[in-house]
Design a protein around this ligand. Structure first.
Ligand SMILES: Cc1cc2nc3c(=O)[nH]c(=O)nc-3n(C[C@H](O)[C@H](O)[C@H](O)COP(=O)(O)O)c2cc1C
Length: 255
């Protein structure tokens, strides 16, 4: 088995970097071949743009999807994208490790999706969802928030974290991954008053052990339900009899 761990955090001594290292250690201990990528350390450019596609299909106007497909078909993809694509194709498990920044993933990770989930080899109108290029592989979001678990609950002031992660989970599902329930550590703080530092450290240590224990059984980790293609009508609408799995795709009368 192989795993690919992608870290999106600018600080190598951060808790996020620690979780990425701990995951790699645990998986290696269990005989998994682990490849770890630190996007900041490798200076990953998250901006999809014309200069990444010098052998253009159309010079007058940059169309990202068509140029991605053209570059892929003609073997012109940038070296970093090609390498990440090969790693994705080889892996059985993908872990994206990141802190919640402005209710979403840091820009470097969003840009990784924009550039590496290449139109053509990674998805098209037939190659997606349950028929996606990554079918048979699993993906996990491992996330930290500064806000407390209470504030990140369904009725919390910060909004439901699991729901905030849905667009990212759906992107992974779009390219065919089986998406595991996200692993989220809340209340990861710095600059705490001295009397709270010890309890905070103990909570992070407990979360790390919990993560390692769960990763030791990653193939049994529960997955997120999504609608299959047959749940939708020709025009793209959810069939009346289909189950709605999240407020992002729901029945019209559901509010
Ligand atoms: C630019 C930025 C935006 C942030 N936005 C959020 C947010 O939307 N929700 C939240 O709970 N925490 C937010 N935080 C706090 C981080 O999630 C928190 O510092 C991080 O999870 C701690 O992990 P680390 O020690 O590995 O950095 C933000 C932090 C930064 C720097």
């Amino acid at each position: 088995m192989r795993a690919l761990i992608l870290l999106a955090h600018p600080e190598p001594r951060s808790f996020n970097a620690h979780l990425a290292t701990q995951a790699a250690e645990q998986l290696r201990r269990d005989g998994v071949q682990v490849e770890a990528i630190d996007l900041y350390a490798e200076g990953f450019d998250p901006l999809e743009a014309a200069h990444h596609h010098p052998q253009r299909l159309r010079r007058e106007r940059f169309d990202a999807q068509r140029e991605q497909r053209h570059s892929a078909e003609n073997d012109f993809l940038p070296t970093d994208v090609r390498r990440h694509l090969q790693l994705l194709q080889a892996t059985d498990l993908l872990i994206l490790q990141f802190p919640l920044w402005w209710f979403a993933a840091p820009a470097i990770l969003k840009g990784w999706l924009d550039r590496v989930l290449v139109y053509g080899p990674m998805y098209n109108s037939r190659l997606r969802h349950e028929h996606g290029a990554m079918r048979g592989k699993r993906a996990l979001l491992s996330v930290t928030t500064g806000s407390s678990a209470r504030a990140c609950a369904v009725d919390g002031r910060e909004g439901d974290t699991r729901l905030l992660l849905w667009p990212l989970m759906y992107s992974l599902r779009y390219v065919g991954f089986e998406v595991m329930e996200p692993f989220v550590v809340h209340g990861v703080r710095s600059g705490l008053p001295a009397d709270r530092v010890q309890a905070h450290g103990a909570a992070l240590a407990a979360a790390t052990s919990d993560y390692r224990e769960r990763l030791a059984r990653w193939q049994q980790w529960p997955t997120v339900p999504f609608n299959d293609g047959e749940d939708f009508e020709e025009g793209g609408g959810l069939r009346a009899e289909a189950t709605a799995h999240s407020p992002f795709i729901r029945h019209r009368d559901a509010g």
